[in-house]
Design a protein around this ligand. Structure first.
Ligand code: PNS
Length: 162
């Protein structure tokens, strides 16, 4: 049976930090699903379909990775797909405080485990929201986002810089 993992998140949009976690997860597991987990009541910068497409373009070189989306409880997805491990990146103690109760409730609900990979320090300050803020003011986001994502963000803000 292949050893599978899910990397869940809102990925609005996916950053170089996320991409690093996807690559490292794909090196550990046989199959990785990047799961765009969304709430239809919350509007993001990109639609779920756009986020999926951007992740697909950014991860084209990772053969054992697929991209999917889900609305609802994460554990319902993992149970339906017989997946027993979630993988997330941890940038700091703040991330830890945010992630700990989610990991614990998910484990309580179905026994699914969450594996944390420590973010590479070179990506430690990158977040989707900061990238959007920098781009909204015309700042350079080229080192923060995968190329297809940076292009899409610049287009969205109509910026010619960065
Ligand atoms: O990228 P994010 O926003 O930190 O991702 C958080 C996400 C989407 C993984 C989390 O909010 C989630 O799992 N939502 C799905 C709903 C759910 O299962 N909630 C209960 C336990 S977290």
């Amino acid at each position: 049976m292949p050893n599978k993992a899910v990397c869940p998140g809102s990925f609005d949009p996916c950053t170089n930090g996320h991409l690093d976690i996807f690559q490292r997860t794909a090196a550990i597991f046989d199959e990785v699903v990047v799961l765009v987990s969304h709430n239809s009541k919350k509007q993001g910068m990109f639609t779920v379909e756009e986020r999926i497409e951007l992740i697909r373009q950014s991860t084209a070189g990772i053969p054992n990775l697929t991209v999917d989306s889900w609305e609802g409880l994460l554990v319902d997805y993992t149970t339906a797909h017989d997946i027993h491990t979630l993988v997330k990146g941890l940038r700091s103690g703040i991330d830890y405080e945010y992630e700990l109760p989610m990991a614990q409730i998910n484990r309580r609900l179905t026994g699914v485990d969450t594996l944390f990979l420590l973010t590479d320090p070179k990506y430690g300050y990158i977040s989707s929201s900061l990238c959007k803020e920098v781009a909204s003011h015309g700042g350079d986001i080229s080192a923060l986002l995968p190329d297809p994502v940076a292009r899409a963000v610049r287009q969205r803000f109509g910026s010619r810089r960065g």
